[in-house]
Design a protein around this ligand. Sequence first.
Ligand SMILES: [Zn+2]
Length: 246
Amino acid sequence: MRWTVLGSGAGKITAERSPASHLLETDRKMYLFDAGDGVTKKLYSIEKKPSSLEAIFISHLHPDHWGGFPLLIQTMHLEKRSSPLSVFIPEEGITTFKRMLEMGYLFKETLGFETRFFPILKNPLLSDEAITVSAYPTKHLKKYFPLGHLHPANLMESFCFRIEANGKTAVYSADLAAVEDITEAAGTGGELLIVEGMHTKREELGFFLKFHPFSHIVITHIPPNNKSWKEEDNIIISYDGFYIEI
Ligand SMILES: [Zn+2]
């Protein structure tokens, strides 16, 4: 599989780094993990057609992980997509996402393809002839728990993903509270770990990797003025457009 970091930035983006979006390609299909602002342009910049996406996975509802979604759908409409699109998102967002498309006059009657929203509830989320994707909850949004009673529609859902294809395993952390959030997804390790550099500490990652070894570690979600991360033996600091094949 081939993993491309389309957007390597964190919540506060910079001129060099766009917010989170990642493209996974297998021999036959392509999938998007998170859909931060600018994702459509990023896909075109590497000569990928948005309509070729098989499915989209949204890790959580901070805007830097989905801000590019409406225009991505509009672009697929303008490309005259006809095949259904599967969108896996936290359950708390489905009604609003449907309304958001309707608000933008992307009506299901005229869109030209079906947008199928699935809540992230049970594993595997997706298992087809190309890949198996599973999701595991993280504690990234637990800081909002004290405000929960004021915002009952917000369920503080956030997820990381484990992807298996052709006997290879990749784990995409999305946003974390701390690196131990990905313990279950990481299992006994694998080939590729894409881990966010905003809430992950280098020392804790090193300790984690002793028990969950990965061949390649790619740091993403990198804040402005990064001082925490530098290239090491198997640790790669990603940038917009970086890709790796496993
Ligand atoms: Zn977040």
